[in-house]
Design a protein around this ligand. Structure first.
Ligand code: PBG
Length: 325
């Protein structure tokens, strides 16, 4: 056979493969989500997320130092609020001495360089486990947005670098931007969960924070997974309202959306490799059905190839170690 073009030439050895690789992961691509608990010396493994822990602030700081040493530059904070602090207004969310606010301060003090992002939504503080305030069985939009603005400002006061609204209420990005401006937080960013779908894959996360909805589901605010064009509408509106980074979530079943959004916007795009995706890889690896390390790198590379500039992932630490060798 005489062939004019042989594609296998560029695959013949590790050297040439690494020379022509189109997508290269680095630890700075990752955002490490952290679950934070009250107390001291506490580290609780999440049953549906093997090897992932909810930690008290002291042990969280230790973890952040390790992440920083590995080259990870950003963390995304979630807190588990005590049941007695939950109500329908979610007011614990903007308590200046709340667990989130104390965590932000402690982390920034211990590792000043780390870029601290914070989840903004009412679900960990809501007696109903919903992302917003409930009235007559409905999640009310505009009152919730007012609460989210207060919550975001309290995070900025505590020292957060970027707030990450994950609630999917309409108009919240513009309102939060305005609130930050009015309070002179001109360097505080917004990473908008813009295309966030109502997904069954959030299950393990809700175990981690004990935040499952007490009634119904989240389909009146999170997006229908049947939709693609709507993701473009949501992200373009968030960019217009002042989002600095837009996010697609979940990740793996939504790679088409990542690419669609990447092609549509002029801001960085992030993707959230969520709890259920983590659990699936862990479960299969525990049974010896897949090679965990290879699955991690292949999965994370697929996000970047799809167009993600940043990847929030529970595998951040493992992947950084693998990349650093
Ligand atoms: C809450 C929030 C959720 C996640 C991030 N922020 C859960 C939900 O919307 O019910 C999910 C993250 C994950 O599954 O890893 N607003």
């Amino acid at each position: 056979m005489i062939l004019q073009r042989r594609n296998r030439i560029l695959r013949v050895s590790p050297a040439i493969r690494s020379m022509v690789a189109e997508t290269i992961l680095t630890p700075a691509d990752f955002i490490a989500p952290l679950f934070i608990d009250e107390g001291e010396g506490i580290s609780t493994e999440i049953p549906s997320m093997p090897d992932y822990y909810r930690r008290s602030i002291d042990l969280t700081i230790k973890e952040v130092k390790e992440l920083w040493e590995l080259g990870i530059r950003s963390v995304l904070l979630f807190v588990k609020s005590k049941d007695e602090l939950k109500d329908n207004t979610g007011k614990e969310a903007w308590n200046s001495d709340g667990l989130m606010q104390r965590s932000i301060k402690a982390i920034k003090e211990a590792v000043p360089g780390i870029y601290v992002m914070t989840d903004v939504a009412l679900d960990p503080y809501s007696s109903y486990g919903h992302d917003g305030i409930v009235k007559d069985g409905q999640i009310v939009n505009d009152e919730t947005v007012e609460a989210l603005v207060k919550m975001s400002i309290s995070h900025a006061v505590a020292g957060a670098d970027m707030v990450a609204p994950s609630d999917m209420m309409d108009g919240r990005i513009g309102a939060i931007r305005e609130g930050l401006e009015q309070n002179n937080f001109i360097n505080t960013g917004i990473m908008a969960y813009s295309a966030k779908y109502a997904s069954c894959f959030y299950g393990p996360f809700r175990d981690a924070l004990d935040s499952a909805p007490g009634f119904g589901d989240k389909k009146t605010y999170q997006m229908d997974f049947a939709n693609r064009i709507e993701a473009v509408k949501e992200t373009l509106m968030d960019v217009e309202e002042g989002a600095d980074i837009v996010m697609v979530k979940p990740g793996l079943p939504y790679l088409d959306i990542v690419r669609e959004v990447k092609n549509a916007v002029d801001v960085p795009v992030s993707v959230y490799n969520i709890s259920g995706e983590y659990a699936m890889i862990k479960a299969a690896a525990q049974r010896g059905w897949i090679d965990e390390n290879k699955a991690i790198i292949e999965t994370l590379t697929s996000f970047k190839r799809a167009g993600a500039d940043l990847i929030a992932t529970y595998f951040a630490k493992d992947a950084a170690k693998l990349i650093n060798g």
